[in-house]
Design a protein around this ligand. Sequence first.
Ligand SMILES: Cc1ncc(COP(=O)(O)O)c(C=O)c1O
Length: 393
Amino acid sequence: MSHQYTFETQLLHNKHKFDPATGGVSVPIQHASTFHQPSAVKFGKYDYSRSLNPTREALEEIITELEGGVRGFAFSSGMAAISTAFLLLSQGDHVVVTEDVYGGTYRMVTQVLNRFGIEHTFVDMTDLDAVEKAIRPNTALLYAETPSNPLLKVTDIKAVSAIAKKHGAYTFVDNTFMTPYLQRPLELGADIVLHSATKFLSGHSDTVAGLAVVKDEELANRLYTLQNSFGAVLGVQDAWLVMRGIKTLSVRMKKSQESAKKIAEFLKDQPLIKNVFYPGLADHPQASLQLRQAFGPGAVLSFELENAEVLARFIELVRLPVFAVSLGAVESILSYPAKMSHAAIPQDERERRGISDGLLRLSVGLESADDLIADFEQALDSIGILEAQKEEV
Ligand SMILES: Cc1ncc(COP(=O)(O)O)c(C=O)c1O
């Protein structure tokens, strides 16, 4: 309906702009688990809410339109969406997974899929030769997360999808960090786009949800069967919260991204910061690829302090961001990947992947960028004074 409009307008003016029954300017929350059927010979569209629920369906239609797919599915968490999509694979299949993938996805691939005879290879997906080399005759899926979590490495979605196609494999892309406001993987060749809607899409640290959008009907029918069989569907209250979050997605992403750029520039000049990882920095190895395939670098960055001790001090001193698991919220969130999102990856493996004990991930919220920078500055200054005193003793 709304393809002539810009993305910002589409966020608000879609099929679910108002309730056709009442004119209510909000999608009604339909709590019913079951639906009365008109006769024994003909059932209505809805029969049972695991299979289809009008509130969940509204969210599924909205995300389908925003990602440019044919059909969308809402799940009880990002991991439920990702795990259910992985169930499209069968025993004997092999998957190639991006190396610094989200810890929960790592755990599912290494501790669950392996028990069902699905093999995996992790590769640095910024290296397309390595991707090619990892392909085996039974490779059924290439799984990318871009920019990756937590090191913000950028995978060329078009190139990886082309490699997958050449070998008869699917491409799934976790688009959590970008959202369709910044990146549309299906338009770049991916078959399924996945989200932890817990993050930027809902945006307020108050909902756990997952979404999947599929590019073609045949695959969509298969994923629907899995959603209905596995049953990890999103509840209606949460579906409503995600829809409310989506209405303000563009303004939130725009503001957070602007602040993230300023903060990354500030952090990169700080002597106590060893590295800043952000695809919006000119010296990021895939900065131009990011600009080619997405509309911006996003609102998540990570940076490395000297070691775990300095990191602990920084966390004690910093006042504005919450120190928590998760990202993509109105408030800035500082996370400790080694102990939080990526704790499921064994330490030696984590270190080999560059996820050190001094690495912090920052998801930039809607506070003033100047206030956030001043906060980081006072924390770094205090650490600097303490370090200088230590040296004097
Ligand atoms: C990139 C990414 N994908 C998937 C997930 C999993 O989503 P959820 O926590 O909603 O299950 C997360 C959660 O942190 C994530 O950051």
